[in-house]
Design a protein around this ligand. Sequence first.
Ligand SMILES: [Zn+2]
Length: 354
Amino acid sequence: MTLPTEPIGSIPRPPELQSIVQQFAAGQLSQEQMDRAFDDAVDDTVTRLEEAGSPIVSDGEQVKSSFATYPMDGLDNLSPDGVVIPFSDGHTRQLPCLTRGPFRYGQYAGNFLSRARRFASKPLKQAVISASAMSLLYPQTAIADYSQEQFIEDLVAEAVADIRSCFDNGAEVIQVDFTEGRLAVKLDPGKGLLKQFIDLNNRVFAAFSYEERQRIGVHTCPGGDHNSTHSADVDYRELIPMLMDLEVGNFYMQMASEKNPDEALSVVARSIKPNQRVFIGVIDVCDNSVESVQTVRQRIMNAARHIPPEQLGTTDDCGFSPFGDDLVTARDTAFAKIAARVEGTRLASQELGI
Ligand SMILES: [Zn+2]
C-alpha cells in the first residue's frame, strides 16, 4: 500500500496536436481527422501516465480548450470582454461575458471520459470547473431580462449536471478546479467574495450524497499559466480555513512552490475535518527542472509532521498546462515529474509504515 497519489489534470499537448487544432479551426481538416488526432493524444497520455506508475489516470485535458472554458464551447451568447486575470509575469487571461440568458453549458465534462476509458486500464479521474469560476461570466451591468439570481439558479443546476455526467460516465474521482479561491482573497481581502464562492460551490455539492461527496475534491492553487501565478502573493493562511468548509472529501493543494509550507500545513492541520483528505502538492509545475525522488520524499515526510498519514495524499501543484496553448513545459518533463512523484510517494509511504 502507498499514500494515494493523483495528477491534477492537464498535460502539455503534443506540438502536432496544437497545429492540427489550428488547422481544424481554420476549416482545413475534417472532424474525422481532428478526432483521430485527439484519440492519438489521449491514448499516448493515458499510456504514459500508466507507465509512470500513476494509480489513477486522466485524459490530460488533451481535448479541452482550457480547464475553465470547455462549458462555453459552441455557445452563442458570450462576448469576449469579460473579467481579466493578470499574472505575475505581466500576461493576462480574459474570460468571456454572458450577453443573454438562459445560461447553459455547451458541453459537460463527462463527455471527455468516454475517450479516456477506451485507452485506460486504471481508474479515471475527471476535472471540472467550479460554479464560482463560471459565476464570473455574469456582466457587471445586469442583463435586462435575466437577473443575476436567475443566472445563479441556472448555473447551480448546470454545475450539478456537469459533475453528475462524470459519475455517470465512470469517473472514480472528480476534481473541481477552484483556482479563483486564492484570487478572491486578493480581490477582496475582507473575504466577502471568498465566502460567496464557498457558499455557491456548497450549493452545488449539496445535490450529492455523502458517499458521492467523498469522491469529489477541490483543487486550489495560485494559478499556473506560462510558469506564472496570479495570487501567490496572497497569504495561504487567509484562504485555508474557509476553503476547508467546502463539503467534499478531498483537497488538492499546491504546496511544493509555497514559500513557507510549514505555516500553511499547520493551518491545514487545524482546519481539516475527520472525513477529509489533503493531497499535498509535491511537484512544482512552474519549475522545469525535475524533482529528485528524495526531494519528493522529503516534502511528504514534512507534510506528515502536520497531517496524519491516513488523511494524506500527494499530487502536483497544478495542471502542467491548464490552457491548451501553453507549451512552456515539455511533455516529457511533465511525465518525468509525475514518475518522481509516484516513486517519492512510494518511498515515503514505506517510511511512514503504510
Ligand atoms: Zn491549479
